[in-house]
Write a protein that binds this ligand. Structure first.
Ligand SMILES: NC(=O)c1ccc[n+]([C@@H]2O[C@H](COP(=O)([O-])OP(=O)(O)OC[C@H]3O[C@@H](n4cnc5c(N)ncnc54)[C@H](O)[C@@H]3O)[C@@H](O)[C@H]2O)c1
Length: 313
């Protein structure tokens, strides 16, 4: 990889990826595209490359690459707040942004790794296999499902879609209320409150640490065939177990406060089947959810009160 474009580069996953790319490939030229609609330059402190403050769905930025070679595009830009219900905006921004990326990749003969989501599954049986998707519960999940179809129509472009499950870790602060549940619960406990979760905490999710996600994104660059893979731990962790792990990390013994779930479209149980990810991209997560929480809380959240410090190897 010598000339790399990362979109959504100042966002949570994108910034962890961008900084990791600079550290692993010091000779590469890295372009970071983000319109900063829900992120901050603070996530990119230390970055030495070029920053393009454009909306990916706009076509004006494509001229910047007219005479610039590109071999790899990591497309992470997206509206990520699943509570946004403006269907036109969600569909236009997410899908048209990706269409521009695929057109650019085709003209440059660049490979594309793009973010899809476990939201493409909706309320399916678990563990979720790649072939099970297509009945999302909300327009966000639907936009990701449409991205995957679009990618199939660009069969001449090397592309791999990654269905991230619930990601948590450093640099998610700027997502605000859309940041991970693990982050929100840590904030509540640190503020001296009881962590609030839906009754009775036995919902289970596949929570994956961002360090493993970054590794999966990089591994996907070397896939031999176009495909879509799950990026999760392969294990489902209950909300009560998440609170146990946070208590362990913080040395506290705070009990949960349960309340009614107000969402009609909530995924109560997610768990990735990661066999295809193992075969297709060599994905092998290093952290269990508990281990990820311990690393996150001890090495980032409790150090300076933010989740922004640099991702450590
Ligand atoms: N975090 C998760 O748990 C999770 C789960 C499933 C999928 N994903 C996907 O992973 C990717 C990264 O998510 P994240 O958690 O880092 O979210 P994020 O919101 O922190 O990052 C998205 C970034 O994209 C930027 N952006 C949005 N629309 C844009 C546009 N049209 N043009 C330019 N920039 C734009 C935002 O400013 C933000 O910096 C997204 O595609 C998301 O859908 C994330």
């Amino acid at each position: 990889m010598k000339n790399i474009l990362v979109t959504g580069a100042s966002g949570f996953i994108g910034s962890n990826l961008t900084l990791e790319l600079e550290s692993r490939y010091p000779g590469a030229r890295v372009f970071a595209l983000d319109d900063f609609r829900c992120s901050s330059y603070k996530n990119l402190l230390g970055f030495r490359g070029d920053v393009l403050a454009y909306d990916a769905a706009d076509r004006s930025w494509l001229r910047i690459f007219e005479h610039q070679p590109l071999d790899t595009i990591f497309h992470m830009a997206s509206i990520t707040d699943t509570t946004i219900l403006d269907e036109k905006k969600m569909m236009f921004d997410n899908v048209e942004g990706f269409r521009n990326i695929l057109d650019l990749a085709r003209s440059k003969k660049a490979a594309v790794v793009y973010a899809s989501s476990a939201a493409t599954y909706g309320s399916q049986d678990t563990p979720m296999k790649e072939s099970d998707a297509g009945r999302p519960n909300n327009v966000y999940g639907f936009s990701k499902w449409v991205l995957e179809g679009l990618a199939r129509n660009y069969g001449d472009v090397r592309n791999v879609g990654l269905r991230f499950f619930n990601v948590f870790g450093p640099r998610e602060t700027f997502k605000g209320h859309a940041a991970s549940m693990i982050y929100q619960l840590c904030l509540q406990i640190r503020a001296g409150k009881r962590p609030r979760i839906f009754k009775y905490g036995e919902q289970r999710r596949d929570f994956i640490y961002v360090k493993d996600v970054v590794e999966g994104v990089l591994q996907a660059r070397s896939a031999q065939e176009n495909t879509v893979v799950n990026i999760g731990t392969g294990q489902a962790t209950s909300f009560n177990e998440v609170i146990d792990a946070i208590n362990e990390a913080l040395g506290t013994k705070v009990e949960a406060e349960y309340f009614d779930n107000p969402y009609g479209f909530y995924q109560n149980f997610t768990q990735a089947d990661i066999r295809h990810a193992r075969e297709a991209i060599g994905f092998n997560p290093r952290y269990t959810t508990r281990e990820g929480i311990l690393d996150y809380v001890r090495n980032y959240l409790t150090k300076d009160g933010s989740s922004a410090p640099a991702l450590k190897a």
